[in-house]
Ligand binder design. Structure first.
Ligand code: FE
Ligand code: FE
Ligand code: ZN
Length: 296
């Protein structure tokens, strides 16, 4: 039976000339009920002014299609590293960019900003975690939007922080503005970080015990090219990686996670977006063999 109530979508682009209107159209073309986007290029912090992004037209189309804006997700650019205080100007830049990104997220009437916690770059894990909490405090001191930051669980490549639920918990504990913080659980990342991703109820129990399921704001649904504990972070299409459809479907269609948006960040296959098929499989709760061969 098709579950049309599922809150599921993928990352979509925000490109000239249609900008946000195009993002919404793209999401709808996949049969999505939510989506994630960057307010500019993921790799840098250069951002076009909001007036150029056709936000009102995009929002109108969203509302016509009964998409709940409170479940939309914005992803902060990768270049910020609030864990790094080795160069004071870089640390200040991260604070400025995160603050800006919260304001931009609010301009779309979205409520969730996903942020990679950062990498400690030889400062040590505890120092890195302390720096992240300090940066977040400086952001929230000046930012009074109703947007929450969802700290993403990371795979542990390089010196990434936030690779265990305990590390995420530490950041939250050290931050003064705890009600502004939540978590984004990425299935590929927890697999690569060393969690037994297949023990779905065990993972959720552990998350609940260490962080609290009420902090879970987003799930990134990705298969992984690599086995458990590989610390690589290479996403794979649903059912073509080491995790597999059956396990991923237990997250997507989990009764404990009904209200949480699920976002696909799987790769294009032969230059074609896979999301329409991936979303349909999760709505049906059924894997389609060799679905990638049927992409248009
Ligand atoms: Fe991410
Ligand atoms: Fe992710
Ligand atoms: Zn990733």
């Amino acid at each position: 039976m098709r579950n049309d109530k599922l809150i599921i979508g993928s990352h979509v682009s925000l490109n000239s000339p249609l900008f946000y209107l195009g993002s919404v159209q793209e999401a709808l073309s996949y049969g999505a009920t939510t989506f994630m986007f960057y307010t500019g290029a993921p790799q840098n912090s250069y951002r076009l002014p909001l007036e150029r992004l056709r936000i009102e037209e995009g929002r109108k189309l969203l509302l016509e299609n009964h998409i709940d804006e409170s479940k939309l997700v914005v992803h902060a650019p990768y270049i910020v590293n609030p864990a790094n205080k080795t160069k004071e100007d870089l640390f200040e830049m991260s604070i400025r960019v995160i603050n800006d990104e919260l304001n931009r997220t609010a301009a779309f009437n979205a409520k969730i900003l996903v942020l990679h916690p950062g990498a400690h770059v030889n400062q040590g894990r505890d120092v890195g975690i302390k720096n992240i909490a300090e940066a977040l405090d400086k952001v929230f001191e000046q930012n009074h939007t109703d947007v929450k930051i969802a700290l993403e669980t990371m795979s542990g490549k390089g010196s990434e922080l936030g690779i265990t639920f305990e590390e995420i918990r530490q950041i939250i504990d050290l931050c003064q503005y705890k009600d502004r913080l939540g978590v984004c659980l990425d299935t590929c990342h927890i697999n690569d970080a060393g969690y037994n991703v297949h023990d779905v109820e065990g993972i959720l129990d552990e998350f609940d015990r260490v962080i609290g399921l009420d902090r879970l704001l987003v799930i990134h649904v990705n298969d992984s090219k690599n086995p458990i504990g590989a610390h690589k972070d290479r996403h794979e299409n649903i059912g073509y990686g080491e995790i597999g459809f059956e396990t991923l479907n237990k997250y997507v269609n989990n009764p404990r996670l009904v209200n949480i948006p699920k976002i696909l960040e799987t790769p294009y296959y032969l230059d074609k977006p896979p999301y329409k098929k991936e979303i349909a499989m999760f709505k049906d709760g059924e894997f389609v063999n060799a679905w990638r061969d049927e992409l248009e």
